[in-house]
Structures are given as C-alpha cells and as structure tokens.
Design a protein around this ligand. Structure first.
Ligand code: DGL
Length: 228
C-alpha cells in the first residue's frame, strides 16, 4: 500500500450478482482496499436489453456510487462495458475501468498468431466492442465471437456442472473449438463459474481469459500509478 493510500472505496457495479466474480478478484489482488458493490438485481439481465437502456442504467448506478465517495469505478458488467464505457467516462470525473481493454490486453499477449475467440451476452457480442478493441491492440488479428445467451440463466439455476449446460456449451462452442484459437475471452461476469466446462471443451492450448480478473488487475495498476 502506498504511504499516500487513499482510503476512499472502489466502486464496482454489475447488472446483478455475476459481478461478484470480479469482486472476488479485487479482494484477492487488492486486499487492503474497501469496495462499494452495486448489483442491479431489480433489472437484471442487461444482456438482452437495448444499448440506450443499458447506458441509462449504467449512468444511474454510477451517479449513486459517486455519491458514496468512490475513488474509481470498475464496470464489472461486460454488457455495460460494451455499451456505456464512453458515456461513463464522459460523465464522471473519477477514473472508469471497464472489463474490455484489460481482457483484450491479456488475450493478445497469449495469442502470438492473433487467433482470439470471444463469448458473451447478445448485447456484448452484438456491440462489436471486443473485436474493435482487439483490432486496435493487434491489427490483423482474427476474431471469432459467439453470443451464448443461455449460459447466464443456466448458471443462475445452479447448473454449472450439469449435462444440459454441457450440451448447450458444445453447441455454442462448435465453431470456436475448430478455429485454432489461442485464447478465448470469457466476456461475461458469469462465465468464470463454468471455467472447468469451458476448459475441458476448448482444450489446454486455448488460454481462457477471465475478464473480471483482468479488470481487477487493471484497477490495481491504476491505483499504484496514481499513488492511491
Ligand atoms: N453481467 C452481465 C455481463 O457481464 C451478464 C448478465 C446480464 O445479462 O445482465 O454481460
């Protein structure tokens, strides 16, 4: 912890409880930080809502968290990060960290031939935010994206280790499994909860990138750079 440690909390939000996977990583990598977490359980899911709605919800939550005197904001939700990061950055005077840039950095580092896969909600994949960020980080990279909308309800049902979820994953990942990928970005808060299933289907040659963990590391780096 720097001598000048800023005692204000880090603000973290997600569309619901899925962002607790990111929060776990924040506590792991930054154990001396305190956090105010907002899970929008009243309005979850965000993954199939319009960009305008997700931006409006994200700005409302950010405004609430800023009133809690946070020193920076971690947007743990991939769908919010895809749609609302620019609007949040323009509105807030504190640093805003989304999950996309940190995940892309890790995926590109693990993909010397530029073969990256992305899975996420309909909103995240439909927004094209991940391929755009990958193209900025590694021009010429080959990106295959797949929306996996059934994963969130299956995981929330507690079926992380269930034959139905395996069958759904096999269907969703068919193209990704034969694409010679080097990395696969788990572009949704819930997906780290089915990491063993995804790892067994993708095989050991594919590095699975946990967006929440990468974003938590980015928050740590930011706070160190700012002496906070
Ligand atoms: N938190 C969302 C995300 O990471 C997944 C759940 C939802 O659809 O709201 O995209």
């Amino acid at each position: 912890m720097p001598a000048t440690h800023d005692p204000r909390p880090i603000g973290v939000f997600d569309s619901g409880l899925g962002g607790l996977t990111s929060l776990r990583e924040v506590f792991r990598s930054l154990p001396s930080e305190s956090v105010v977490y907002f899970g929008d359980t009243a309005r979850v899911p965000y993954g199939n809502k319009s960009s305008a709605t997700v931006i409006r919800f994200s700005l409302e939550i950010a405004s609430f968290l800023v009133k809690q005197n946070i020193k920076c904001l971690l947007v743990a939700c991939n769908t919010s990060s895809s749609y609302a990061l620019d609007a949040l950055g323009a509105r807030l005077s504190i640093p805003v960290i989304g999950v996309i840039e940190p995940s892309v950095k890790a995926a590109v580092a693990a993909s010397p031939r530029g073969r990256v896969g992305v899975i996420g909600t309909l909103g995240t994949v439909g927004s094209g935010a991940y391929p755009a960020a990958i193209a900025r980080a590694l021009p010429g990279a080959s990106v295959i994206s797949r929306a996996c909308p059934l994963f969130v309800p299956l995981i929330e049902e507690g079926w992380s280790d269930h034959p139905v979820t395996r069958a759904v994953a096999e269907e969703y990942l068919t193209e990704l499994r034969s694409a010679g990928l080097e990395s696969l970005i788990l572009g949704c808060t819930h997906y780290p909860l089915i990491t063993p299933l995804l790892a067994s289907l993708m095989g050991p040659a594919v590095k699975l990138v946990d967006s929440g963990a990468e974003a938590a590391r980015a928050v740590g780096l930011l706070l160190r750079q700012r002496g906070q």
